[in-house]
Design a protein around this ligand. Structure first.
Ligand code: ZN
Length: 309
């Protein structure tokens, strides 16, 4: 299959970093990511700088990215003001978000799901006036750290509501890594049956080590779009226990080994992961960036003699 990957590290990954990453380093990372052949990057978030100081330079970041042909710069737009700012800065796609769990939505966005949907409609109105597409992102789809299992009917209701607003492209996000392949199959089947016109992307976190097996479950369902973050960085500032996204280079390595096409050059992606590790100054959770590709071989003469059984 041709698989489309949206890189979310610059947004989902960097938003939890405590010390401010200079704008130039963010832009350098995004440029490096586009250079790998990735065509869609979630670059930043037009949230209030008091809520997420790391994203205070959102407009600057968007304006300074070098954009190869066919590239899409997506940004989070939490409200109408953010939508205007994002469009003015030159964003290609807005992402409007809501949580499938009422408690997480209130914690994260301080309002009810119904009020969030009203807000998303207002954001979409602004975007559509400027002919900018909007993707809906639903968090805690596969489990909520406050409520536990989330009723698939709640997810279906939101996907329906988004479709009525004119938002067909929807990300089902596993904000705190509570998805398992069984949950993925059940929820995705419900959504597909109820809203066949929806175009689905899957967004997993590797909190419990199930990131790639959940992707495998998505592939079985022939879902072709995934979100991941370079180096495996990530988290959510408002969800306890949230850790990194599925790692982009580990995902690409896996997909290529399975015979899927991503259009991404794995070697330059690994270089982007190393660039990010250097920027953050700590080891990242990515595995292929350390181990190399499956067929990385070693010189038998130069390798130390094995004593292990
Ligand atoms: Zn996430």
């Amino acid at each position: 299959m041709q698989i489309k990957i949206t890189e979310v590290g610059p947004r989902d990954g960097l938003q939890i970093e405590r010390s401010f990453i200079p704008t130039a380093r963010k832009v350098q990372l995004i440029d490096a990511l586009f250079h790998t052949g990735i065509r869609s990057v979630e670059a930043t978030s037009f949230v209030s700088p008091t809520a997420v100081p790391q994203m205070a330079d959102a407009a600057d970041v968007v304006q300074r990215i070098s954009r190869p042909e066919g590239s899409v710069v997506s940004v989070l737009a939490p409200n109408v003001r953010g939508a205007h700012d994002a469009i003015r800065a030159g964003a290609d796609e807005l992402v409007a978000f809501v949580s499938a769990s009422a408690t997480h939505n209130r914690k994260n966005l301080n309002r009810s799901i119904a009020d969030s949907l009203i807000n998303i409609e207002a954001v979409a109105d602004v975007a559509f006036q400027h002919r900018i597409p909007v993707r809906g992102a639903i968090s805690t789809v596969f489990g909520c750290p406050f409520e536990g299992d989330v009723d698939a009917s709640s997810v279906v209701g939101i996907v329906h509501a988004l479709s009525r607003i004119g938002i067909r492209h929807v990300t089902l996000a596993d904000t705190t890594g509570m998805a398992t392949p069984a949950v993925v199959r059940a929820v995705c089947a419900s959504v597909r049956n109820a809203v066949p016109e929806a175009r689905l992307s899957l967004h997993f976190h590797n909190t419990r080590g199930l990131g790639l097996v959940n992707v495998a479950a998505g592939l079985e369902l022939e879902i072709e779009e995934y979100e991941s973050s370079v180096g495996g960085v990530g988290g959510c500032p408002f969800a306890p226990g949230a850790t990194g996204n599925v790692c982009t280079e580990d995902l690409v390595h896996y997909l290529h080994e399975e015979g899927h096409d991503t259009g991404i050059d794995l070697d330059s992606l690994v270089r982007a992961a190393w660039l990010l590790e250097e920027t953050l100054g700590r080891p990242l959770p990515g595995q292929v960036m350390r181990a190399g590709k499956r067929l990385r071989l070693y010189d038998a003469e130069a390798a130390p003699a094995a004593t292990a059984r």
